[in-house]
Design a protein around this ligand. Structure first.
Ligand SMILES: Nc1ncnc2c1ncn2[C@@H]1O[C@H](COP(=O)(O)OP(=O)(O)OP(=O)(O)O)[C@@H](O)[C@H]1O
Length: 226
Protein backbone atom coordinates (compact mmCIF):
# COMPACT_ATOMS: atom_id res chain seq x y z
CA UNK A 1 0.00 0.00 0.00
CA UNK A 2 2.81 2.42 0.93
CA UNK A 3 6.49 1.91 0.16
CA UNK A 4 9.01 4.23 1.79
CA UNK A 5 12.24 4.33 -0.18
CA UNK A 6 15.48 5.91 1.03
CA UNK A 7 13.72 8.68 2.93
CA UNK A 8 15.96 11.41 4.29
CA UNK A 9 15.00 14.38 6.41
CA UNK A 10 17.18 16.92 8.16
CA UNK A 11 16.65 20.19 9.98
CA UNK A 12 19.00 23.13 10.20
CA UNK A 13 19.39 24.57 13.68
CA UNK A 14 21.70 27.55 14.39
CA UNK A 15 23.38 26.99 11.02
CA UNK A 16 24.05 23.32 11.79
CA UNK A 17 22.38 20.53 9.86
CA UNK A 18 20.88 17.64 11.86
CA UNK A 19 19.89 14.49 10.00
CA UNK A 20 16.72 13.18 11.64
CA UNK A 21 15.81 10.39 9.20
CA UNK A 22 18.56 8.69 7.23
CA UNK A 23 17.67 6.28 4.43
CA UNK A 24 14.42 4.99 5.86
CA UNK A 25 12.95 2.00 4.01
CA UNK A 26 9.66 0.42 5.03
CA UNK A 27 6.77 -1.31 3.29
CA UNK A 28 3.27 -0.97 4.74
CA UNK A 29 0.80 -3.51 3.41
CA UNK A 30 -2.98 -3.50 3.83
CA UNK A 31 -3.91 -4.59 7.35
CA UNK A 32 -0.35 -4.43 8.75
CA UNK A 33 0.08 -3.25 12.31
CA UNK A 34 3.35 -1.51 12.94
CA UNK A 35 4.71 0.21 16.03
CA UNK A 36 7.56 2.68 16.03
CA UNK A 37 9.55 3.25 19.21
CA UNK A 38 12.57 5.43 19.83
CA UNK A 39 13.99 7.99 22.21
CA UNK A 40 12.48 11.45 22.51
CA UNK A 41 13.63 13.54 19.55
CA UNK A 42 14.58 10.50 17.44
CA UNK A 43 12.20 11.53 14.64
CA UNK A 44 9.10 9.39 15.20
CA UNK A 45 6.59 12.23 14.74
CA UNK A 46 8.60 13.53 11.78
CA UNK A 47 8.20 10.13 10.12
CA UNK A 48 4.43 10.08 10.77
CA UNK A 49 4.13 13.60 9.34
CA UNK A 50 5.85 12.41 6.15
CA UNK A 51 3.43 9.44 5.94
CA UNK A 52 0.49 11.84 6.34
CA UNK A 53 1.90 14.12 3.60
CA UNK A 54 1.98 16.92 6.19
CA UNK A 55 5.68 17.43 5.51
CA UNK A 56 8.13 16.60 2.72
CA UNK A 57 11.44 14.70 2.96
CA UNK A 58 14.72 16.10 1.61
CA UNK A 59 14.95 13.07 -0.67
CA UNK A 60 13.42 9.65 -1.17
CA UNK A 61 9.97 8.47 -2.14
CA UNK A 62 6.74 7.33 -0.50
CA UNK A 63 4.95 5.32 -3.14
CA UNK A 64 1.22 4.89 -2.80
CA UNK A 65 -0.07 1.76 -4.44
CA UNK A 66 -2.97 2.39 -6.74
CA UNK A 67 -5.32 -0.62 -6.90
CA UNK A 68 -6.27 0.22 -10.49
CA UNK A 69 -2.60 0.36 -11.52
CA UNK A 70 -0.86 -1.96 -9.04
CA UNK A 71 2.55 -1.63 -10.65
CA UNK A 72 2.52 2.12 -10.58
CA UNK A 73 2.96 4.16 -7.45
CA UNK A 74 2.02 7.76 -6.91
CA UNK A 75 4.80 9.39 -4.94
CA UNK A 76 3.04 11.27 -2.14
CA UNK A 77 6.15 13.38 -1.52
CA UNK A 78 5.46 15.03 -4.89
CA UNK A 79 1.79 15.77 -4.19
CA UNK A 80 0.47 19.29 -4.60
CA UNK A 81 -1.32 20.71 -1.54
CA UNK A 82 -4.66 19.83 -3.09
CA UNK A 83 -3.57 16.24 -3.76
CA UNK A 84 -2.15 15.96 -0.22
CA UNK A 85 -5.47 17.21 1.24
CA UNK A 86 -7.41 14.62 -0.77
CA UNK A 87 -4.93 11.87 0.26
CA UNK A 88 -5.37 12.76 3.95
CA UNK A 89 -9.14 13.02 3.71
CA UNK A 90 -9.76 9.76 1.88
CA UNK A 91 -6.83 7.45 2.62
CA UNK A 92 -5.61 8.36 6.09
CA UNK A 93 -7.00 8.52 9.63
CA UNK A 94 -5.07 10.47 12.25
CA UNK A 95 -4.97 10.06 16.03
CA UNK A 96 -2.97 12.36 18.27
CA UNK A 97 -1.68 12.03 21.81
CA UNK A 98 -3.79 14.98 22.98
CA UNK A 99 -6.97 13.68 21.30
CA UNK A 100 -7.57 17.01 19.41
CA UNK A 101 -11.34 16.67 19.62
CA UNK A 102 -13.48 19.71 18.86
CA UNK A 103 -15.01 20.70 22.16
CA UNK A 104 -17.99 22.77 20.97
CA UNK A 105 -19.60 19.86 19.08
CA UNK A 106 -20.89 16.53 20.39
CA UNK A 107 -19.03 13.23 20.45
CA UNK A 108 -21.14 11.98 17.52
CA UNK A 109 -20.44 15.11 15.47
CA UNK A 110 -16.71 14.69 16.15
CA UNK A 111 -16.81 11.04 15.09
CA UNK A 112 -18.74 11.84 11.92
CA UNK A 113 -16.50 14.68 10.71
CA UNK A 114 -14.19 12.64 8.40
CA UNK A 115 -17.11 10.48 7.20
CA UNK A 116 -19.12 13.59 6.27
CA UNK A 117 -16.19 15.30 4.55
CA UNK A 118 -15.57 12.22 2.39
CA UNK A 119 -19.28 11.49 1.88
CA UNK A 120 -18.79 7.98 3.32
CA UNK A 121 -21.59 7.99 5.86
CA UNK A 122 -22.44 4.36 6.57
CA UNK A 123 -24.77 4.13 9.55
CA UNK A 124 -24.33 0.43 10.25
CA UNK A 125 -20.55 0.67 10.15
CA UNK A 126 -20.55 3.70 12.48
CA UNK A 127 -22.78 1.84 14.95
CA UNK A 128 -20.36 -1.11 14.90
CA UNK A 129 -17.46 1.24 15.51
CA UNK A 130 -19.22 2.94 18.44
CA UNK A 131 -20.07 -0.48 19.88
CA UNK A 132 -16.55 -1.86 19.42
CA UNK A 133 -15.11 1.17 21.20
CA UNK A 134 -17.90 1.22 23.80
CA UNK A 135 -18.77 4.90 23.33
CA UNK A 136 -22.35 4.71 22.09
CA UNK A 137 -23.56 5.84 25.56
CA UNK A 138 -21.68 9.11 25.18
CA UNK A 139 -22.60 10.24 21.68
CA UNK A 140 -24.66 13.26 22.76
CA UNK A 141 -22.11 14.57 25.26
CA UNK A 142 -19.43 17.15 24.66
CA UNK A 143 -15.83 15.81 24.67
CA UNK A 144 -15.09 17.77 27.89
CA UNK A 145 -17.71 15.66 29.68
CA UNK A 146 -15.69 12.47 29.06
CA UNK A 147 -12.69 10.92 30.80
CA UNK A 148 -9.30 10.86 29.04
CA UNK A 149 -9.70 7.21 28.07
CA UNK A 150 -13.19 7.86 26.68
CA UNK A 151 -11.95 10.89 24.72
CA UNK A 152 -9.18 8.82 23.17
CA UNK A 153 -11.69 6.13 22.18
CA UNK A 154 -13.75 8.88 20.48
CA UNK A 155 -10.58 10.01 18.68
CA UNK A 156 -10.05 6.43 17.45
CA UNK A 157 -13.65 6.30 16.17
CA UNK A 158 -13.14 9.64 14.42
CA UNK A 159 -9.90 8.37 12.86
CA UNK A 160 -11.75 5.36 11.47
CA UNK A 161 -15.23 6.76 10.62
CA UNK A 162 -14.38 7.23 6.93
CA UNK A 163 -12.88 3.72 6.69
CA UNK A 164 -9.36 4.82 5.77
CA UNK A 165 -6.95 2.14 4.56
CA UNK A 166 -4.25 3.63 6.82
CA UNK A 167 -4.45 4.86 10.42
CA UNK A 168 -1.56 6.93 11.81
CA UNK A 169 -1.46 7.21 15.60
CA UNK A 170 1.07 9.43 17.35
CA UNK A 171 1.48 8.22 20.94
CA UNK A 172 -2.27 7.54 21.25
CA UNK A 173 -1.95 6.32 24.85
CA UNK A 174 0.64 8.87 25.98
CA UNK A 175 -1.86 10.82 28.08
CA UNK A 176 -3.61 7.85 29.66
CA UNK A 177 -3.08 5.95 32.91
CA UNK A 178 -1.88 2.38 32.56
CA UNK A 179 -5.36 0.79 32.83
CA UNK A 180 -6.77 3.04 30.07
CA UNK A 181 -3.59 2.72 28.03
CA UNK A 182 -4.03 -1.07 28.00
CA UNK A 183 -7.71 -0.81 27.11
CA UNK A 184 -7.33 1.83 24.38
CA UNK A 185 -4.26 0.26 22.74
CA UNK A 186 -5.94 -3.13 22.67
CA UNK A 187 -9.10 -1.64 21.11
CA UNK A 188 -7.03 0.30 18.58
CA UNK A 189 -5.17 -2.79 17.37
CA UNK A 190 -8.22 -5.09 17.32
CA UNK A 191 -10.48 -2.51 15.61
CA UNK A 192 -7.90 -1.93 12.84
CA UNK A 193 -7.50 -5.69 12.41
CA UNK A 194 -11.25 -6.14 12.09
CA UNK A 195 -11.42 -3.40 9.45
CA UNK A 196 -8.21 -4.49 7.66
CA UNK A 197 -6.88 -0.98 8.23
CA UNK A 198 -3.09 -0.68 8.31
CA UNK A 199 -1.96 0.85 11.58
CA UNK A 200 1.27 2.78 12.13
CA UNK A 201 1.56 3.71 15.79
CA UNK A 202 4.27 5.68 17.53
CA UNK A 203 4.62 4.68 21.15
CA UNK A 204 7.02 4.96 24.08
CA UNK A 205 5.51 1.85 25.64
CA UNK A 206 7.07 -1.56 25.00
CA UNK A 207 3.86 -3.16 26.27
CA UNK A 208 1.74 -1.28 23.70
CA UNK A 209 4.28 -1.97 20.94
CA UNK A 210 4.06 -5.71 21.60
CA UNK A 211 0.38 -5.64 20.55
CA UNK A 212 1.42 -4.90 16.94
CA UNK A 213 2.68 -7.49 14.43
CA UNK A 214 5.83 -5.55 13.63
CA UNK A 215 7.95 -3.57 16.08
CA UNK A 216 10.42 -1.03 14.69
CA UNK A 217 12.92 1.17 16.49
CA UNK A 218 14.19 4.54 15.35
CA UNK A 219 17.69 5.45 16.48
CA UNK A 220 20.26 7.83 15.05
CA UNK A 221 18.13 8.32 11.92
CA UNK A 222 17.87 4.58 11.18
CA UNK A 223 14.77 2.41 11.39
CA UNK A 224 15.40 -1.17 12.52
CA UNK A 225 12.92 -3.99 13.05
CA UNK A 226 13.15 -5.54 16.53
N1 LIG B 1 10.17 22.11 12.19
C1 LIG B 1 11.30 21.76 12.81
N2 LIG B 1 12.40 22.56 12.76
C2 LIG B 1 13.55 22.21 13.36
N3 LIG B 1 13.72 21.05 14.04
C3 LIG B 1 12.66 20.23 14.13
C4 LIG B 1 11.40 20.54 13.54
N4 LIG B 1 10.55 19.52 13.80
C5 LIG B 1 11.23 18.62 14.53
N5 LIG B 1 12.50 19.06 14.74
C6 LIG B 1 13.54 18.33 15.47
O1 LIG B 1 13.63 17.04 14.93
C7 LIG B 1 13.88 16.09 15.96
C8 LIG B 1 12.86 14.98 15.89
O2 LIG B 1 11.60 15.50 16.28
P1 LIG B 1 10.32 14.56 16.42
O3 LIG B 1 9.21 15.40 16.95
O4 LIG B 1 10.09 13.84 15.15
O5 LIG B 1 10.82 13.51 17.53
P2 LIG B 1 10.03 12.38 18.30
O6 LIG B 1 10.83 11.14 18.19
O7 LIG B 1 8.62 12.32 17.83
O8 LIG B 1 10.08 12.94 19.79
P3 LIG B 1 9.08 12.74 21.05
O9 LIG B 1 9.14 11.28 21.41
O10 LIG B 1 9.69 13.61 22.10
O11 LIG B 1 7.71 13.21 20.62
C9 LIG B 1 13.89 16.86 17.28
O12 LIG B 1 15.22 17.11 17.64
C10 LIG B 1 13.17 18.15 16.94
O13 LIG B 1 13.63 19.21 17.71
Amino acid sequence: MLALKNLKKSYTDAGEQHTILNNINLTINAGDSISIQGASGSGKSTLLHLLAALDKPDSGEILLNNSQQPNQGNDITQFTEKEADAYRQFRVGLIFQKFNLIDCITVMENVMLPAKITGKVQGEYIQELLDALDIHRHINKLPSQLSGGEQQRVAIARGLSHQPPLLLADEPTGNLDSKNSDLVSHLLVTTCKKLNTALVMVTHSQKVALLTQQQWYLDDGRLTQI
